[in-house]
Design a protein around this ligand. Structure first.
Ligand code: ADP
Ligand code: MG
Ligand code: MG
Length: 883
């Protein structure tokens, strides 16, 4: 097999399509050369050699020597210079380049091929002594740092001392003799630290650098980066060896980096920086302040140093033409590295430029409108998950920040508000019109209403998957979790941090994108939902087949969901409504009662409240389908804990406190997740589901009559395992419907279906579909029950599981397609066989995960349902899945 691929001088052995083999950098160098752009000649040693190098015990096969020699000969032929030639030496750079750009890989070595002899030749050939010695000192320092891995601090120190001795402040003040002296120091440093003299043989230099590139593939830094970014370890890196061009040959030379459009805003304006008489990474290293590329940018920044457009108008013009060529050719925004050698422009790299979500959106829409790409491509260009950044208010970047603590960026967006330390106060203050930030050591399910009422959530404990983080993301509330330096005293209602003290009602600001906690209010800017966002979403909607619904139960969430384009509610969790202040006592009275009569008395009190909930939702959803899940969680979640709470229930129900306590103790469960919950509640206490169904139908009739938009209730029975369970529950629901329709003289079309969230239900989907008119895959519980992993306890081991490759991703974030997915597919097939046209959807976290949505498209579900803030993500992901 062949391992060396040439480019430049009219030759291109590869091209942009060979990214896997040549790495991104190598493939694009070959591509640029093939479309006639000025690229210094060179060759790429393929990623396949990297794999072979490791397979053969970190050895190069003998055949590689000959191939590399041919590669060098190619460069020599094009440049007319010879590697190691003391009279006029060819110098090269050695550059790593994996398929995707990867920090952690070896840094580039420039000016390779210099030694004590060739440096003289370079000086003579260039007619510039200073330039030659500047290049040599750069080479020794880079080689010592990245190939020999010596302590680079000593080299920087030597340079600083040299400057101090001469009274210089800038590198540019050093002359040929200064650099010559420094080279002497550097060589001594190498010998001292490495134990051997600096390699003088250019072949040794080259192989040392090539070996270092391959070696860096398995460096700790690279491994960590791969793990964090899901990059397989067997991809390997390529090595690029390329003729040097020199940006440090005086004032007609320069080096720079540029984007063809603004990567921050997406504006169609060249964006970049350059430095005159500089080399390599001087621009990003911050040794000198770089200059702007365009006059407009310089003027906008009020900078004095001339832009490239002004300082080198001819080369700038050529560069601008290259930008246009590259954009037309690649049909995407490009990130470019270039060098100017004595007035001649050379391209050293191009790749699709990284950009903010905002820029991605604008560039995709603009390019489609410019005719550079079609709408499908525009829709495919934007990462659905990146939309998340755009949907929340963000802190005004200009506003000053008084940061007092830092936690985890648990849920994006920013919020300012008065701090409160418990959910009740959060709700009261919010109802009174305050913006509040709920501050808790950690949150629990009982805090839900307070989290809802709050603008933002701040916790001292808990990670990115803590209750606070998960719930906040689901609700679209900004959240900073695990800010360990907060000393919270919830009783005293105070918070101490960084030597300062805050009390209830004081104002804090949190930034869920950075984890910063700030004293006082910081101005925010609202997201822009029209404009480019609206345009791209409309294109996405044209392409997608899957419908997108929202998981929502409060009027606020329902409205947000509709603003974000939800086509119905896929999951309305009725238990959240039970926690509302004012009703919890009735709920507790119902639970703690030991007779049907007692329960009915409490349920009668809840009925009008539930009905009002559904009226509000149906009005907002105006004729769209609304899937209502009947009560699901284990009853003990609603139990009172404190004396005052027991007293309240006792007063309301007329039952003695002792009896209530006893009943509460009876309700204890060892494993509530698999306990008395879901339809098991409806089977044992049918009156609960009867009340809920009645509330739904009464509300539906009321709204249909008043507004003319008849809602489409889809009543969903949770945690069904058998046909018989659903049959019993359907009878309760149908009876409630018949009663309401008879009483009101108005009929509503509705469906009764079930959540498929137990493996048995998936297996018996054929039988269950005989009763149920729709299935919604409850993938949170289905994942828990299929994997036998409790979501609340998985934190301790799941990361290790993912690290060891047991699961590719956290199965609670991205559907385990192989396992849980097979069950879903089977249930869908069996269900549809039993009931053609069976409506199929998915709710749960996975409904907002692009990869999981891709799977839902392959098995042709009818809809996905996601939390309101994930609705746009789901719309875009569904469109991408369909394309
Ligand atoms: P990175 O992947 O870190 O960007 P590169 O391999 O692109 O590393 O090299 C960094 C910089 O080194 C380039 O932007 C360019 O300025 C300089 N460089 C690399 N190869 C050459 C070369 N053949 N001639 C001149 N400069 C080069
Ligand atoms: Mg680098
Ligand atoms: Mg680069």
């Amino acid at each position: 097999a062949r391992y060396v691929f040439r480019f430049g001088g009219g030759v291109s052995d590869g091209g942009a399509g060979d990214r896997n083999l040549l790495g991104g950098k190598g493939a694009n160098l070959a591509e640029m050369a093939s479309i006639g752009l000025p690229v210094p000649p060179g060759f790429t040693i393929s990623t396949a050699m990297c794999s072979r190098y490791y397979a053969e015990g970190e050895q190069f096969p003998a055949s590689l020597r000959a191939e590399v020699a041919d590669g060098i000969a190619h460069i020599e032929a094009v440049t007319g210079k010879h590697f190691g030639d003391p009279a006029d030496p060819l110098l090269v750079s050695v550059r790593s380049g994996a398929r995707v750009s990867m920090p952690g890989m070896m840094d580039t070595v420039l000016n390779l091929g210099l030694n004590d002899e060739t440096v003289q030749g370079l000086a003579r050939a260039a007619g510039d002594e200073r330039f030659a010695w500047d290049s040599y000192r750069r080479f020794i320092q880079m080689y010592a740092d990245v190939v020999l891995e010596l302590d680079h601090g000593a080299f920087e120190e030597a340079l600083e001392i040299a400057k101090e001795d001469k009274g210089y402040t800038l590198d540019t003040e050093l002359g040929a003799e200064d650099w010559k002296a420094l080279v002497g120091h550097y060589k001594a440093l190498v010998e001292e630290q490495w134990g051997r003299p600096f390699p003088q043989q250019v072949e040794d230099q080259l192989w040392g650098a090539v070996g270092a590139v391959f070696g860096s593939w398995q460096s700790e830094r690279a491994k960590v980066y791969r793990r964090l970014n899901d990059i397989p370890g067997d991809w390997g890196t390529a090595v690029n060896v390329q003729a040097m061009v020199f940006g440090n040959m005086g004032d007609s030379s320069a080096t720079g980096v540029a984007f063809t459009r603004d990567p921050g805003t997406g504006e169609r304006a060249y964006y970049g920086e350059f430095l005159i008489n500089a080399q390599g990474e001087d621009v990003v290293a911050g040794i000198r302040t770089p200059q702007y590329l365009t006059r407009a940018a310089r003027e906008a920044a009020n900078a004095r140093a001339p832009s490239m457009e002004e300082a080198m108008p001819a080369v700038y013009g050529e560069l601008a033409r290259v930008f246009e060529t590259l954009e037309t050719h690649y049909r995407d925004m490009q990130d470019i590295e270039f060098t100017v050698e004595r007035g001649a422009l050379w391209m050293l790299q191009t790749r699709a430029g990284k950009r903010t979500a905002k820029a991605a959106l604008k560039i995709a829409v603009d390019m489609a409108q410019e005719g550079l790409i079609d709408r499908e491509t525009a829709v495919l260009r934007v990462d659905p998950l990146a939309l998340d950044q755009l949907l929340h208010p963000t802190l005004d970047p200009e506003a000053p920040r008084d940061v007092v603590a830092k936690g985890l960026p648990a849920s994006p967006g920013a919020a300012s508000g008065r701090i409160v330390f418990d959910a009740e106060t959060a709700e009261q203050r919010a109802n009174a019109g305050d913006n509040v930030i709920l501050v808790r050591i950690e949150t629990s399910p009982e805090d839900i209403h307070g989290m809802h009422a709050a603008r933002g959530i701040l916790t001292a404990r808990g990670g990115m998957t803590s209750h606070a983080a998960v719930v906040a993301r689901g609700m679209g509330r900004p959240c900073v979790s695990g800010a360990g330096s907060l000393a919270i005293d919830a009783k005293a209602r105070t918070l101490r941090v960084a030597g300062r003290s805050f009390k209830e009602g004081d104002i804090l600001t949190i930034d869920g994108a950075t984890g910063e906690v700030m004293a006082g209010e910081v101005a925010t800017v609202q997201p822009e939902l029209a404009g480019d966002f609206g345009t791209l979403m409309a294109w996405a909607d044209e392409k997608r087949r899957l419908a997108v619904r929202a998981n929502a139960e409060t009027p606020l969430d329902c409205r947000t969901a509709r603003e974000f384009g939800a086509e119905g509610i896929g999951l309305c969790r009725t238990e959240h409504m039970f926690f509302e202040a004012g009703r919890i006592t009735a709920v507790r009275q119902m639970i703690l009662s030991d007779s049907e009569k007692g329960r009915r008395a409490a349920l009668d009190r809840l009925l009008p409240e539930q009905r009002a909930d559904f009226v509000a939702i149906f009005e907002i959803m105006a004729g769209l389908p609304v899937t209502i899940r009947l009560l699901d969680p284990p009853l003990h979640e609603f139990l009172p804990h404190e004396d005052a709470e027991f007293e309240e229930v006792a007063a309301a129900s007329g039952v003695a406190i002792e009896k209530l306590r006893q009943r509460a103790a009876e309700l204890h469960e060892f494993n509530p997740m698999l306990g008395h919950r879901g339809c098991r509640l409806g089977v044992t206490y049918p009156e609960i589901y009867e009340m809920q169904a009645r509330a739904v139908f009464e509300a539906a009739v009321d709204v249909a009559r008043r507004t003319g938009d008849a809602p489409i209730p889809e009543i969903m029975v949770p945690l069904v395992a058998t046909r018989r369970e659903l049959e019993l529950m359907k009878a309760v629901i149908d009876a409630a419907a018949a009663a309401v329709f008879a009483e009101t003289g108005h009929t509503i079309t509705y469906l009764v279906g079930t959540m498929i969230e137990l493996p048995r239900a998936a297996l018996k989907a054929g039988e269950i579909a005989e009763i149920g008119e729709f299935f919604s895959f409850g993938t949170n519980d289905l994942t828990q029950t299929t994997l036998g992993v409790s979501r609340d306890d998985a934190g301790r081991f799941l990361a290790t599981y993912v690290e060891k490759g047991i699961y590719a991703k956290d199965p609670f974030v991205s559907l385990d397609v192989e396992g849980v997915g097979e069950l879903i597919e089977m249930a869908a097939t069996r269900g549809r066989a039993a009931r053609p046209g069976l409506k199929l959807g998915i709710c749960g976290e996975h409904g907002g995960d692009p990869a999981s949505i891709g799977f839902c498209e392959t098995i042709r579900l009818d809809y996905v349902s996601a939390s309101p803030y994930r609705v746009p993500i789901a719309r875009l992901a569904a469109a991408q899945a369909a394309l």
